[in-house]
Write a protein that binds this ligand. Structure first.
Ligand code: FAS
Ligand code: PHB
Length: 390
């Protein structure tokens, strides 16, 4: 098989890139080791920046989003028993975020790709990248024990943190930066109305909590938990009780509880690999960087990487210019590091660390109290949260 761009990974990065390329008439094939059902069963991000929505518009995959998503003009920071609203729309001169689950984004992109007849190979085993430093790279994979080969012009590694792409690069050619956090997030999905019409990020001496949603009838909640915690140790009753203990009284009393239908623990880390380009192999999304979900940046960074990478590929196929592709890594990393910093700062401000103690708790509350009462500080938070420009 031959294609122009081989894409490894059918998550948001790979699917969005694939859709933009297909619409531009650039042939591409997506390979994923998972089944379509497994991919559609993943529960991940929930908040989209305006730039991400614009890319989904450009990909002609935003019809359901505009019909069902929830525009949010603000969110609340809860600490010391009270809620404080951050008015994103006012502070950023009219910008907002959109609440729409990554699962739905993935479903819409897969559906559009199928409508356009573009090729995806699911359950592709042993995907391997070859000769990415040459002008004739290729990818191999196995289906049912039979090896297949895809010759291409470029390979894009959109295969997430645990993918094969970054691991295919010689160690001396890549520099990684990492910070692992000493806690995780226990998340649940429940078919109950959210406690508020906007998100609530709560700092509490018992630990962080987040009240989010997927619709006005489906809630997504998180509590900070130990890395040693096991999902089985958290009954629904224990989860609801812990969540309510970390929220201001009026919110705790307003929480509608109910049976969870998804419950999982995700570890938190900050990670960046530099550069993001190796010859004709380009990394995008979680394959190149990971952020703690506190700033709602993971999925949105994948989108901005795809924006830069698509522009470079489009220009190459238009007039064989390599300029956009040569600039990709530096251009993407400038935005990546700003989002990594923001996500780190939100995580440091909102979570209980082993050494936080009483003094550290008072410092976090003082930082939050300054932030919510300073227009300058709130503006800085708001413009990072809605997403810095591409
Ligand atoms: P993805 O990981 O989504 O997709 C990679 C794809 O590559 C997968 O389909 C995988 O099957 C495939 N793949 C992997 N290895 C392969 C191989 N060897 N061969 C072929 N295919 C391979 N972000 C937020 O903003 N908010 C959140 O609340 C949030 N929660 C998260 C919870 C979890 C458990 C995780 C892991 C991430 C979370 N994220 C969150 C971040 C997440 O949304 C990512 O940023 C987003 O999925 C990035 O998309 P991709 O880069 O496409 O990577
Ligand atoms: C979510 O709804 O899953 C979500 C929202 C905001 C975040 C993280 C996760 O910062």
């Amino acid at each position: 098989m031959r294609t122009q761009v081989a894409i490894i990974g059918s998550g948001p990065a790979g699917l969005l890139l694939g859709q933009l390329l297909t619409k531009a008439g650039i042939d591409n094939v997506i390979l994923d080791r998972a089944s379509k059902g497994h991919i559609l069963g993943r529960v991940r991000a929930g908040v989209l920046e305006e730039g991400t929505v614009r890319l989904l518009d450009q990909a002609n995959a935003s019809g359901r989003l505009h019909a069902e998503a929830l525009p949010h003009d603000g969110f609340s920071l809860a600490f010391d028993g009270r809620n404080h609203r951050i008015n994103l729309f006012d502070l950023t001169g009219g910008k907002r975020v959109t609440v729409y689950g990554q699962t739905e984004v993935t479903r819409d992109l897969i559906g559009r790709r199928e409508d356009d007849g573009a090729k995806t190979v699911y359950e592709a085993d042993s995907v391997a990248i070859h000769d990415f430093d040459s002008a004739k790279p290729f990818v191999t994979y196995e289906i049912g024990g039979k090896t297949h080969r895809i010759s291409c012009d470029f390979i894009t590694g959109c295969d997430g943190f645990h993918g094969v792409s970054r691991r295919s690069v010689p160690e001396n050619a890549i520099h990684t930066f990492e910070r692992a956090y000493p806690f995780g997030w226990l998340g649940v999905l429940a078919e109950v109305p959210p406690v508020s019409h906007e998100l609530i990020y709560a700092n509490h001496p018992r630990g962080f909590a987040l009240c989010s949603m997927r619709s006005m009838t489906r809630s997504r909640y998180y509590v900070q938990c130990s890395l040693d915690d096991k999902v089985d140790a958290w009954s629904d009753e224990r989860f609801w009780d812990e969540l309510r203990r970390r929220l201001p009284k009026e919110d705790a009393e307003a929480v509608t509880t109910g049976p969870s239908f998804e419950k999982s623990i995700a570890p938190l880390r900050s990670f960046v690999a530099e550069p993001m380009r190796f010859g004709r192999l380009f990394l995008a999304g979680d394959a190149a960087h990971i952020v703690p979900p506190t700033g709602a940046k993971g999925l949105n960074l994948a989108a901005s990487d795809v924006h830069y990478l698509f522009e470079g590929l489009r220009d190459y196929y238009a007039d064989l210019s390599m300029a956009g592709l040569d600039a990709y890594s530096q251009r993407a990393l400038l935005r990546v590091w700003k989002a990594v910093r923001f996500s780190w700062s939100m995580t440091m401000m909102m979570h209980r660390f082993p050494d936080t103690g009483e003094f550290g708790q008072k410092i976090q509350e003082a930082e939050l109290d300054y932030l919510v009462h300073s227009r300058a500080a709130s503006t800085a938070l708001a413009e990072n949260y809605v997403g810095l420009p591409f």
